[in-house]
Design a protein around this ligand. Structure first.
Ligand SMILES: C[S@@+](CC[C@H](N)C(=O)[O-])C[C@H]1O[C@@H](n2cnc3c(N)ncnc32)[C@H](O)[C@@H]1O
Length: 229
């Protein structure tokens, strides 16, 4: 059986450094590590999860696919399961941005010997982008995906100097330059949401900081989208 990935995880897989070992932290179902091994993207993959159920499922899938030699499943918290230098790429996908930051911040020795981080947070992306820039990581690629009715962003970061403007932290330094169609769709989706919120607040006579922030967001989204006309 060949593992297939949904569009969200396919975007993550596309950012992994080929030909080098990778680690997927918080793997859950273990589909991504299995995919990376079956397609020969990485010669060796470590899959980890802190929870017993996902760990057992990951072990079971590895065995079912006959990947035990090159896909090792470990149980534990965050990057504690890794020795420095064991994985060129560290993947953390499908968690909150703040938890992703906590996991990264707790393991400076592992990060010091990591060549690429591939991250796909479910929320708090601006905070994560800022944390990366403040801790010596430069975002080198960003990919959008649309899956099960929701937009996702995956990013790759490598050691390096980076200064992010507030707009780059919010919308993505690479996405702002490349302006892919899915990102434009995502901006339109955000603009519609912002406009609806403003209408609801206006109906209740809303004013103040919240309304001002939403108007600023509306203006920024409109300007970003306007560049495409
Ligand atoms: C929502 S799932 C995401 C699974 C997969 N990475 C994906 O993107 O589809 C999050 C998984 O991360 C695991 N997890 C949460 N915090 C963790 C931590 N600090 N260390 C290791 N695993 C963790 C959970 O047990 C869960 O299986």
């Amino acid at each position: 059986m060949l593992v297939k990935l949904d569009d969200r995880l396919a975007a993550v897989a596309g950012l992994v450094l080929p030909g080098q070992a990778a680690a997927d932290i918080g793997t859950d179902h273990n589909y991504l590590p299995a995919f990376l091994r079956q397609r020969g993207v990485c010669p060796r993959v470590i899959a980890s999860d802190k929870a017993d159920g996902p760990y057992r499922n990951a072990v079971a899938l590895t065995r079912r696919l006959g990947l035990e030699q090159t896909l090792e499943v470990r149980r534990g918290q965050g990057l504690e399961v890794l020795n420095p230098g064991e994985a060129a790429t560290i993947i953390i996908a499908g968690m909150g941005g703040r938890l992703t930051i906590e996991i990264l911040a707790a393991a400076p020795a592992v990060l010091a010997q990591t060549r690429r981080l591939v991250l796909q947070p479910q929320r708090d992306l601006p905070q994560l982008r800022r944390w990366l820039a403040e801790h010596g990581w430069r975002i080198v690629a960003e990919r959008m995906a649309y899956d099960h009715g929701w937009y996702y962003t995956a990013l790759a970061a490598e050691p390096g100097e980076a200064v992010l403007t507030p707009q780059e932290a919010e919308f993505g330094p690479c996405l702002l330059k490349e302006r892919p169609q899915l990102w434009l769709n995502y901006l339109r989706f955000r603009l519609v949401k912002t406009q609806r919120l403003l209408e609801q607040l206006a109906a209740f006579g809303g004013s103040g900081e919240r309304v001002l922030a939403l108007r600023r967001e509306q203006a920024e989204l409109t300007a970003l989208l306007g560049q495409d006309k």
